[in-house]
Design a binder for this molecule. Structure first.
Ligand code: SF4
Ligand code: SF4
Ligand code: FES
Length: 279
């Protein structure tokens, strides 16, 4: 097919063309711009059904020419597992935050000429194009001690017993992949590029839920007080406005509002104990 400038695009028999409208930015704080690319994908009728947003971005990387026929740079994006486990490919697709590796073109653009819009998440600084810097999220996970404190250098014997019910609860919470969808959707979580202000800014649903996950663990519970100290400060669980956007967008269907409620109660008990102990 030919584009607006009459340049011929590579297509294969039986393929249809999907137009990608992509927000591009050299780095955080630099001006952004939109570029459009026409990408050939196998139509569903051809039995392919396997094209996803990442495979289309790979095609664009190999053919970085806009629909206006202008040579440009390959679009930068992040990815790892390609099976919705690592969370690194998260971006805003047609206005909704989700993983791009599991975003199938047949669902989003079933017809020839359909358009898909890609933007980086807005709550994290842009490294480049669709690749954002989620350091604040990982830093908040460190602040709440999101780990089980064990020394792996010698045999510790059997761990504490855990009921099947608790295992079931924790299993669901363990599926969090720190993708950032819940933070992107949260009105209380705002872009903060000044590292000095991370402490005191709302930690968001994922971090609160991970605190619950590790507090429920027999050995992880040893660090419960430290986690509750962070969650009872400014930027902790009381900053949640209960809008519940987070739970609606979580791709792993983690019961985030349940976690926020549970941690809210734990923080209240923690504060009462501190008040009476005078610590
Ligand atoms: S419930 Fe709380 S964490 Fe979830 S979106 Fe609303 S304000 Fe954010
Ligand atoms: S809680 Fe869900 S939406 Fe939030 S980071 Fe974890 S997997 Fe992503
Ligand atoms: S590449 Fe890991 S979730 Fe998409």
């Amino acid at each position: 097919m030919s584009n607006a400038n009459g340049t011929t695009k590579k297509t294969t028999a039986g393929s249809r063309t999907v137009r990608f409208r992509i927000k591009r930015q050299e780095a955080h704080g630099k001006p952004s711009r939109w570029e459009e690319f026409d990408v050939p994908v196998q139509s569903s009728a051809e039995g392919s059904g396997s094209a996803n947003v990442i495979s289309c971005l790979q095609w664009i990387a190999a053919n970085p020419v806009t629909v206006r026929g202008e040579q440009t740079t390959p679009v930068t994006y992040d990815s790892g597992c390609l099976e919705e486990v690592c969370g690194s490919c998260t971006m805003v697709i047609n206005g909704k935050v989700r993983q791009s590796c599991s975003c199938l073109i047949d669902e989003y653009a079933p017809n020839d000429g359909d358009t898909i819009t890609l933007e980086p998440m807005s709550k994290f600084p842009v490294n480049r194009d669709l690749f954002v810097d989620r350091s604040r999220l990982f830093n908040d996970l460190k602040r709440i001690n999101a780990w089980v404190p064990i020394d792996g250098t010698y045999h510790l014997g059997a761990g504490p017993e855990e009921s099947p019910e608790k295992q079931q609860t924790r299993y669901k919470l363990s599926e969090c992949m720190s993708c950032g969808c819940c933070l992107e959707a949260c009105p209380q979580y705002t872009l903060e590029d000044d590292e000095d202000k991370w402490e005191g800014s709302f930690v968001g649903a994922a971090v609160i839920s991970q605190a619950r996950y590790f507090n429920l663990h027999g050995t992880g519970k040893e660090l419960e007080k430290k986690r509750l100290d962070v969650l009872s400060q400014k930027g902790g669980v009381s900053d949640c406005g209960n809008a519940q956007n987070c739970v609606r967008v979580c791709p792993k269907e983690i019961p985030l509002t349940e976690s926020i409620g549970a941690m809210g109660r734990s923080v209240t008990v923690h504060k009462i104990k501190e008040f009476f102990s005078g610590s």
